[in-house]
Design a protein around this ligand. Structure first.
Ligand code: SF4
Ligand code: SF4
Length: 191
């Protein structure tokens, strides 16, 4: 059964992270009407907004919608209240990862982490490493990679050789990003 956090805690955390006010939402559902993945999960953008207002952690994090969000920003451009809904979806992903609430049936969630690790390690993304890590941790995805991998190689979407980027610059960026995240976390914890 879904549980609720104390009223306002989740909205405060979201607001501290992305400077948006979820309480401005009045449920017109224009965001949902334009969202390309609204029908692909149990929840849709307007429901996520309502759940944020009510502090319904489990309802949001036990559904995989936030991990299906493509960040296309259609919702943000359609919102009559000027809410950056796509930014709120991103912030919910950050909160889910920070608080160990990543949906187990959301392969893209791990892929974000693999991307991040790859950038931090090599100074650029190395697709072969991402695919290998995904296959190791999600064996049911191997078949999809066996079918997709060769096509992507042929189209030049995957580079089989490792070409390092500027690892020092990337480490500085990672350090800055981590300090910003810590500062947001601290700010969110005050709520
Ligand atoms: S479009 Fe904006 S006001 Fe309307 S439901 Fe979505 S978030 Fe709420
Ligand atoms: S940014 Fe995400 S929630 Fe908004 S319309 Fe695009 S897919 Fe849907």
């Amino acid at each position: 059964m879904a549980t609720c956090s104390p009223s306002g805690v989740l909205a405060t955390k979201v607001g501290a992270g992305c400077a948006e006010n979820p309480y401005l939402c009045y449920q017109c559902k224009r965001c949902t009407a334009g969202c390309p993945v609204a029908d692909q999960a149990g929840m849709h953008p307007a429901q996520i907004m309502r759940a944020v207002q009510l502090g319904q952690y489990d309802m949001i994090f036990e559904d995989k919608f936030i991990w299906l969000c493509t960040g296309c920003q259609t919702c943000t451009t359609r919102c009559p209240q000027g809410i950056d809904i796509a930014g709120i979806m991103d912030e919910l992903k950050i909160i889910a990862r920070r608080e160990g609430k990543v949906h187990p049936d959301a392969p893209s969630a791990q892929m974000f982490k693999y991307n991040y690790d790859s950038f931090a390690r090599w100074g650029r993304m190395w697709e072969i490493e991402l695919i290998a890590r995904d296959a190791l941790h999600r064996p049911k995805g191997v078949l999809a990679w066996l079918s997709l991998g060769p096509k992507m190689l042929l189209k030049g979407k995957i580079n089989p050789t490792l070409k390092k980027g500027d690892t020092d610059a990337m480490k500085r960026m990672v350090k800055t990003a981590e300090s910003l995240t810590e500062a947001k976390q601290h700010e969110g914890g005050k709520g």
